[in-house]
Design a binder for this molecule. Structure first.
Ligand code: 5AD
Ligand code: FES
Length: 346
């Protein structure tokens, strides 16, 4: 297995069968070796740094109905809110003071956000600070809409592919199109965004084959960022009675993606920090290099509940900023507050 891991670290790809066998049969000793290699790959490009992004959850309204997600449109118990432009600018001000130079504006697929309204929002944020990056994470939109957002000054866009297996995707999103989601990712790349894809680990019915499919898809798409987190059941969703993904599985996938796309930006996700108190530190140790602390106003945090028991819902932005830095330092890394572009964009 060590020879195979070396080959993966060198060539950044393996034949499908070898990836499948690795995911299914890797021993604890070989996993330790794999993690060593994936951390080495991260440090080749990003040294000991960890990029910080300020996450602002701008709306919990969502027109989609993903069966895993707590803010799906059919969840009548989900509390809905939408931040005003002034509230969002307030979060940015606080974030800017704390040193953040990337703001991630994330929300459900909220029809309130027409191109005109987003344009106004992007202009308001970009007009206020001249040295920041804006990342949008607002779901599927048309090519023309993405084009307007890019022209308005948005720099990056996060749209997880969720799973690269068509059958699994369709079972989790009965009224969505697998092809359209992929098309969106391609459109975003074509338009010149730095693009983030990503998937959940431990979804009900997800097999090792499906995870290999995720790896092959990412290799082909070559996104600038890949968000990987465990599925965490939410009791008010159709699939909320299933077990969630594990830390082990998630770390394995993070390390494999690091070796397949060595320069990619890999967040250590809040979902991983939710299922394991030391989850985010563990991800950093296997090659993750981005953390997105929450800048949303504390009174709305709990309402943006994609899954249950989400961490940090009661914590002020300044508290999270300090907490995260402590965690990053505790495992031998340091905080990088710069815009934090992908290696090839510098
Ligand atoms: N568990 C884990 N992750 C989830 N997401 C949505 N619902 C859940 C859940 N129940 C993830 C999706 C989405 C991202 C913003 O959050 O991958 O793209
Ligand atoms: Fe929010 Fe630790 S990151 S409290």
């Amino acid at each position: 297995m060590k020879e195979r891991i070396d080959r993966l670290a060198q060539n950044h790809i393996l034949p499908r069968e070898e990836l499948l066998d690795l995911i299914q049969n890797i021993s604890e000793a070989d996993k330790a070796y794999l993690f060593e290699k994936s951390l080495e790959a991260k440090e080749t490009f990003y040294d000991k740094s960890v990029f910080m992004r300020g996450l602002i959850e701008i709306s919990s309204y969502c027109a989609q109905n993903c069966t895993y997600c707590g803010i799906r449109r059919d969840n009548e118990n989900a509390e809905r809110y939408r931040l005003s432009v002034d509230e969002i600018l307030g979060c940015c001000d606080e974030g800017y003071r704390l040193g953040y130079r990337t703001f991630v504006l994330q929300g459900g697929e909220d029809p309130y956000y027409t191109d005109e309204r987003l344009l106004e929002l992007i202009h308001a944020v970009k007009g206020k600070y001249d040295d920041i990056a804006i990342t949008l994470s607002l779901g599927e939109r048309s090519y023309d809409s993405y084009k307007v957002l890019k022209a308005a000054g948005a720099d990056r866009y996060l749209l997880r592919h969720e799973t690269a297996s068509r059958a699994l995707y369709e079972s989790l999103h009965p009224d969505m199109s697998f092809d359209n989601r992929r098309q969106c990712l391609k459109d975003l790349k074509t338009l010149g965004f730095q693009v983030g894809a990503g998937f959940m680990v431990g979804l009900p019915g997800q097999t090792a084959d499906d995870l290999v499919e995720d790896l092959m898809f990412l290799k082909e798409l070559e996104p600038h960022m890949v968000g990987i987190g465990p599925f965490i059941p939410h009791s008010e969703t159709p699939i909320g009675h299933n077990p969630g993904g594990t830390v082990d599985q998630t770390l394995l996938m993070i390390s494999l993606v690091r070796l397949i796309l060595p320069m990619t930006l890999l967040p250590s996700t809040t979902a991983l920090g939710t299922i394991d108190e030391k989850g985010r530190e563990k991800a950093l140790k296997v090659g993750a290099n981005v953390i997105m602390p929450n800048l949303s106003p504390t009174d709305v945090r709990a309402k943006y509940a994609l899954y249950e028991n989400k961490i940090c819902t009661g914590d002020e932005a300044a508290h999270c900023r300090a907490c995260i830095e402590g965690r990053i330092n505790s495992v031998g890394f340091y905080v990088d507050m710069s815009k934090g572009d992908h290696y090839e964009w510098r």
